[in-house]
Design a binder for this molecule. Structure first.
Ligand SMILES: O=P(O)(O)OC[C@H]1O[C@H](O)[C@H](O)[C@@H](O)[C@@H]1O
Length: 278
């Protein structure tokens, strides 16, 4: 039964998940594009000592990226409309992860392993990356490069040396995230990874997700049992928490009430999670 009636600040969250090994750098690219959107790099000091990086671009859109978690916590279009959801209860400092925006889950997605839910990268303080090569240097207005390196304290739970990089670039109508993992250890390691996008939508009953038809998925609400999607598009009549397998490079989240479509594109991450969160 569809849910009717308004629920402000409801969100639709999509996750992309990947697993890889081998001692080399791996680039994964994902782009989220609403109907239209664009970003400058400024630092505005905040009392919590983790000043956000503000990206802007000429058409007036903007994004806010925190060193805490390497997390995008705001993306506004040229009309200054917020496109991402962040929980009003989220504290933007350790030790708790920020619930919302675009969370970087590494080296574990969800509870697919023995680490804390979604790994530790989302509640560590990242640094600005001064050497993003081989990616070309960015302009300072609309992109930022961040890095998280392995620390001794994390080696107890996950004994691998790594460098996790993230480039966030704002363009007209697009937000592009390029994460890269480098194994700086002497032995291979495996990991799972996701960029968890909390997209802001008007009313979840007015939203449909296209691109996952006929795919197999694990249903986290059914003991991770495997099913095959039968619907033409995913709609949300209640809580959903699934991981779809071998997903296409393009998916669309259509918000009928806001008359807005998010087009999600990805490279290098085979699976996609779909869940509702309030
Ligand atoms: O609340 P978080 O730790 O950020 O996780 C949010 C969600 O992430 C994934 O979608 C999991 O499959 C869900 O079970 C979980 O609720």
């Amino acid at each position: 039964m569809p849910i009717h009636g308004r629920a402000s600040d409801q969100e639709k969250k999509l996750e992309w998940r990947k697993g890889r090994a081998s001692p080399s750098a791996k680039t994964i690219r994902s782009t989220v594009r609403p109907n239209s959107v664009t970003m400058s790099l400024n630092s505005a000091p905040e009392p919590d000592k983790f000043p956000p990086v503000i990206l802007t671009e000429p058409s007036g859109s903007s994004a806010e990226v925190l060193l805490y978690g390497g997390q995008v916590v705001s993306w506004k279009n040229e009309l200054r409309e917020e496109l991402l959801f962040v929980s009003s209860k989220a504290a933007r400092k350790p030790p708790k992860a920020i619930r919302g925006g675009i969370a970087v889950c590494f080296p574990q997605f969800g509870n697919f392993g023995s680490l804390e839910q979604h790994g530790f990268a989302r509640n560590r303080v990242w640094s600005l990356d001064s050497d993003p090569s081989p990616l070309p240097p960015t302009d300072n207005q609309s992109s930022v490069d961040l890095i998280l390196k392995s620390k001794e304290e994390d080696m107890k739970a996950w004994p691998h040396r790594f460098e996790l990089r993230l480039r966030v670039s704002l363009r007209a109508g697009k937000l592009i995230l390029i994460p890269r993992v480098r194994n700086t250890d002497t032995k291979p390691f495996s990991f799972t990874f996701s960029l968890s996008n909390y997209l802001s939508v008007s009313d979840i009953s007015e939203v449909r997700l296209e691109g996952l038809e006929t795919l197999d998925y694990f249903d986290n609400l059914m003991g991770r049992e495997r099913f095959t999607e039968q619907a033409d598009a995913i709609t949300f009549d209640g809580e959903i928490d699934r991981v779809y397998l071998s997903t296409p490079s393009k998916m669309a989240v259509i918000d009928h009430e806001k008359k807005r479509t998010f087009v999600l594109r990805k490279d290098g991450m085979p699976d996609a999670g779909s869940s509702t969160n309030n």
